[in-house]
Design a protein around this ligand. Structure first.
Ligand code: HEM
Length: 100
C-alpha cells in the first residue's frame, strides 16, 4: 500500500470528518494516510480535492506534515518517485443495487 494507512492529524482545510462522528477533540482533522500507488493518476489530491496537482500536494505535505520547504530538485525527485509507483489501475465495478 505504501504507506501504512494510519489515522493522523493533518491541519489543512475545514473538514472535521472523524470528529463529526465521534465528537472527540483529538479526532479533529484526523485523516487516513492514503496509498501512494497510482497516485499520479488520481488528481486532485487530499480528502477535499484542494490540491490540483501532485506538485501542490507535495509542497503542502512538506510544509504541514514535515515543516520543510521542498526545493525544485527535491520536488522533481519526489514526483519521479511517486510516478514510479504507477501500475495497473484496478477496474472498480460499481454494483447495481436492487430497488427499494
Ligand atoms: C514530504 C513528505 C510527504 C510527501 C511527499 C507526501 C505526499 C502526499 C500526497 C501526494 C498526498 C495526497 C494523496 C491523495 O490525495 O491521494 C498525501 C496525503 C496524505 N499524507 Fe502525505 N506526504 C508526506 C508526508 C506525510 C507525513 C509525514 C504524514 C503523516 C504524519 C502524511 C500524512 C498524510 C495524510 C493523512 C494524507 C491524506 C490527507 C487528506 O486526505 O486530506 N504525509 N501525502
Amino acid at each position: 500500500m505504501l504507506p501504512s494507512g494510519e489515522l493522523v492529524k493533518f491541519e489543512h482545510g475545514q473538514d472535521m470528518v472523524l470528529f463529526n462522528i465521534t465528537g472527540a477533540e483529538e479526532d479533529k482533522r484526523v485523516f487516513r494516510i492514503p496509498t501512494l500507488r497510482n497516485l499520479s493518476l488520481t488528481a486532485p489530491y487530499f480528502h477535499d480535492g484542494s490540491a490540483a496537482t501532485i506538485e501542490e500536494a507535495i509542497a503542502i505535505m512538506a510544509k504541514v506534515q514535515v515543516e520543510k520547504t521542498i526545493d525544485p530538485g527535491e520536488e522533481v525527485a519526489i514526483v519521479a518517485f511517486l510516478k514510479s509507483l504507477v501500475g495497473e489501475q484496478p477496474q472498480i465495478v460499481i454494483p447495481i443495487l436492487p430497488p427499494e
